[in-house]
Design a protein around this ligand. Structure first.
Ligand SMILES: Cc1ncc(COP(=O)(O)O)c(C=O)c1O
Length: 385
């Protein structure tokens, strides 16, 4: 292959990205000081300890850096859904207690070897644990109304008695008793109270069976604030860590999604944009390409509704959001390729928030954060405040 020498006048000048500018096409900037502040807000407002929920790669923010920041700010426990997430945290040196609630029997040995606590809902799960050579810390889970997992109340006495029997044999330690709210978004306080009462009864029965659990926990982020449960030891904070503020605590969104305009063109009135020409210009206008698409987690269903911030102006997303890219209408602004675009942030500069994107997509901000694809690099910063 012949390499063609580009005449120097056409050769782009190599330059370093300016401060705050993505090094590549796009990046998600995670402000770990926001995570710390959010943990401190919960610590100030609730008497219980904080278990930081860093499942699903910390809702897309990056499990290990977020876990470190949360622990640094006073979280005493970490929680993840899956075994591999817990193992990753241990492999990266996190030594605080970790609870995982979805795992395969085959993963138990690995979890036991690095002292990860496992949730138990059934006698069969207890048997799996004790047939494993590692001694496990377990948290017995009672189904108090979510009806997703946890022991049915009718089987609780047998579960706690069997666990007490195994504990007496030294085969395991029951470190916790827990449950999960069905209306944890604070939509139904009566249901949450009912669940708390059921959990309290479950704890009494467990004590009667001879168990002495070190921690009892029920509430999520919103429940931590709305449910008065001084007899619980931990609150499990997921959404709130990332600044999803369901009860108005002044939490700080931790993630800012940035990109750079990839191309700019002028189109004429009557010309259509993107697949199917769902958008047709009603005037001559400048359109600009943003190199992010639904493969990166930009919800396709937000096509035609969303907007982004560029040059301190909200530019509407026009036409269909494609797999790798979408188009915005810059009007008559003389934008150029390479200009910064904020897809979402904390809203303080007029940019949309993840909540705005969730509203446009008919979902919740959790899904916007978790959906952010692996092609988008995460960069960590500590904003000076
Ligand atoms: C079992 C469990 N506990 C606690 C949480 C935290 O809930 P939230 O994100 O509403 O704080 C979650 C989900 O994130 C969960 O699955």
């Amino acid at each position: 292959m012949n390499l063609v020498q580009i005449p120097s006048r056409h050769r782009p000048a190599a330059r370093r990205p300016a401060v705050g500018e993505p090094a590549g096409l796009s990046e998600a900037v995670v402000d770990l000081s926001a995570v710390r502040d959010n943990v401190r807000t919960f610590r100030r407002l609730v008497p219980q300890g904080v278990l930081a929920v860093v499942k699903a790669d910390a809702f897309g923010h990056g499990a290990v850096p977020v876990a470190r920041a949360a622990v640094d700010a006073g979280a005493t426990w970490l929680g993840v859904a899956r075994a591999d997430e817990a193992l990753q945290l241990r492999a990266d040196g996190l030594t605080v207690p970790i609870l995982t609630w979805l795992y395969d029997a085959a993963e138990l040995m690995l979890l036991g070897d690095v002292d990860v606590d496992v949730s138990i809902s059934t006698i069969a799960e207890l048997h799996h644990v004790v047939s494993n050579p590692s001694v496990h810390h377990v948290h017995l889970k009672l189904d108090t109304g979510l009806h997703r997992s946890g022991s049915a109340p009718g089987q609780w006495i047998e579960l706690t008695r069997t666990a007490a029997h195994y504990e007496a044999l030294g085969a395991l330690t029951v470190r916790g008793i827990w449950s999960h709210l069905s209306h944890g978004d604070a939509a139904d306080a009566v249901q949450s109270r009912r669940q708390l009462e059921l959990l309290r009864t479950g704890v009494v029965l467990a004590r009667r069976a001879g168990l002495r659990p070190g921690v009892v926990h029920l509430a999520n982020s919103a429940g931590a604030i709305t449910l008065d449960a001084p007899d619980c030891d931990l609150v499990r904070i997921g959404a709130g860590l990332y600044g999803i503020d369901e009860v108005g605590l002044g939490l700080r969104p931790a993630m800012r999604l940035m990109s750079k305009l990839a191309q700019v063109r002028r189109i004429r009135a009557g010309e259509g944009v993107s697949y199917g020409h769902d958008f047709v210009a009603d005037r001559d206008t400048t359109v600009a390409l943003v190199p992010l698409g639904y493969a990166d987690g930009i919800p396709r269903v937000a096509s035609g509704q969303a907007s982004v911030l560029c040059r301190a102006v909200r530019m509407p997303v026009i036409g269909r959001i494609a797999m790798d890219q979408f188009v915005v209408d810059a009007g008559d602004l003389p934008v150029e390729p390479g200009e910064l675009v904020t897809i979402f942030g904390d809203g303080s500069h007029g940019e949309p928030t993840a909540q705005d994107w969730a509203d446009w997509a008919g979902t919740i901000p959790h899904e916007i954060y978790c959906g952010l694809g692996s092609r988008v690099p995460r960069r960590y910063e500590e904003a000076a405040r």
